[in-house]
Ligand binder design. Sequence first.
Ligand code: ADP
Length: 718
Amino acid sequence: MPRVASILLPLPLPEAFDYAEPEGMDLGLGDIVVAPLGPQRLIGVVTGLKEGAGHNRPLKPVLDRLAEPPLPKNTLAFIQWAARYSVDAPGAPLAIALRGARAPRPKPQRLLFATGAAPARATPARARVLEAATGPMSATALAEAAQVSASVLKGLVDEGVLEARLVEPETHFSTPDPDHKHPALNPSQAAAMQVLAGLAEAGGFQAALLDGVTGSGKTEVYLEAVAQVLAQDPAAQVLVLLPEIALTQAVIARFTDRFGAAPAEWHSGITPAQRRRAWEGVVSGEARIVIGARSALFLPFARLRMIVVDEEHDGSYKQEEGFIYQARDLAVVRAKIEGALVVLASATPSLETLWNAEAGRYRWLRLTDRHGIAELPEVSLVDLRETPPERERWLSPPLIKALAETYAKGEQSLLFLNRRGYAPLVLCRACGEKLTAPDTDSWLVEHRYTGRLICHLTGFSMKKPEACPHCGAKDSLASIGPGVERVEEEARELFPEARIAVFSSDTMWDPEAAKAMIVAMEAGEIDILVATQAAAKGHNFPNLTLVGVVDADLGLKGGDLRAAERTFQLLAQAGGRAGRHERPGRVLLQTYAPEHAVMQALAAQDRDAFVAAEMEARQLSGLPPYGRLAAIILSGPDAAALDAFAQGLAAVAPNAEGIEIYGPADAPLALVRGRRRKRFLIRADRKVDLPAFLAAWRARVRVPGSIRMTIDVDPYSF
Ligand code: ADP
């Protein structure tokens, strides 16, 4: 009698489907299989096996089983936990976990080698090729490095100066060597590292907060803790999560240097072949160190012993689309399930994490000084009411003076403005219309490099029109407010000789470009860098001594719960880029609200005072971390139908103690891609099982096809 296999598919379905186990396949729990669904062939995971009975219809058979080891039990348990917490189907996180399973395998590559033979005829182009061909390289890479055409390479191959060979791709990961190097930690770093090593040795679930000022050497500390974990357990795997792809290359370089072997890399910027290789390395246990973005948390680790969440406060850990989750919180859960050590590192930890540390749930390790002789920068506030910039200008006289002094000393400056493009708003001076995308309630941002107006929310873009699309007035469109491109323009006018560059996700859309910019900055080839938060985090620029924050008040304007916390973190991090080496740094914050608690705390460098005040405010209102929060977003093309559904949903809300429901109200973005949006906010006491409440509520309605209902537990942008 054939057995019945329950197979969880990577789709947003409420449960696993049953299939027949073909004769001789001998499935086991966790096996990764191919199963038919309608006309599709999907990969899924065996979550149950039973003797076949009770089915009145013949079941479709499982088609195939993948050669890889089964999905580890802990990974499956984690996926199920995450789905329940996010009030979503387990197939959603499973899809993330299986993302590498079916990517194409790396193919052999044709690479060119220099044979050592001298070319019959020497030309400058040929000389450049020989200089660039230091190792095996693809023809494209070599042609680009030497700035020559393909025909030059072909000529050299014909002459036997270069030789082409098919090279098998690297499919394995070398084992990191904990003794490859032994960096000397300073006494406070060594003490923190010892505690982490002790926690790892004790075994079981352990959590620690590595709370150290910018430049205190947190990375150095966790590198050594990783070395200890690898030395303690020869099969241990370690995951290091980073908030930003732009940071991965620098961290990978540090790991490679420390352990003499490159770690596996996992984020949206890697190729399908790299994805396949990393995935196989993780599930087989061969990839011992993985450096990745938030989705790496769902990888099927064979033996995960330690997770580091670097810059744990960073909002990028919150995934807002598709399967919604907060990777920092889930990292703690994953560590619990695996019985592993989790280390949360930051100079400005989130209130949630500080709350847990204060309660003794996390070991709290503090590094209060920068490493070596580097001092924390001096922070001052520039009151824009007293020393305003000129009209239609954004840099105030004190900031311009500081830039001039820094430039004169041959040091670097960073002008920080968390706004991409040239101007955040285009306004018609004739009719007063603010230009928005046709189907979305958000302003179009002017980008001058590309001459386009772009909706940052949906990606809609159009050429900047000559006349106002509303009233038809000519030459009436005014660019209002600054973005990084506009600040760059101003800096160029002020310092025409200086080397100035812009770093934002528009200019740095691919990791290679970002890497090149970081190298140029480190090498001192840029005098003034105008940057969004893409450059404010994590980097180490030795000669950077001035950070000017163009609009310190920017983040405070949004009405959301974390506005003050986030502004504090972002500006403290941006300021933390200054003076990380011998030369002292300074930070100037341009603000219209110097008396605001955030500005005062930044100027006094008194994080603890800020945290205490913010905690008190949260406690008074029962907001996270003192309570829980969730949002339900409803969207649909038809306003009346959406309203009716929202009212109906409100009417069937279960009664529950310790829960307050606000709404339905228009969502802050009430129209996106032609869909109207309504929102409920739900606040709950900590003792309430909020996911269970939300699941019960949702089960009381049938959502019509035209309406989308998204549940966001612990919402970040609302
Ligand atoms: P953080 O992550 O806390 O901002 P990093 O680990 O990046 O700090 O360290 C800041 C700088 O100080 C880096 O250039 C790092 O190489 C250097 N550094 C930190 N600790 C040491 C140490 N013990 N020995 C030598 N250099 C160190």
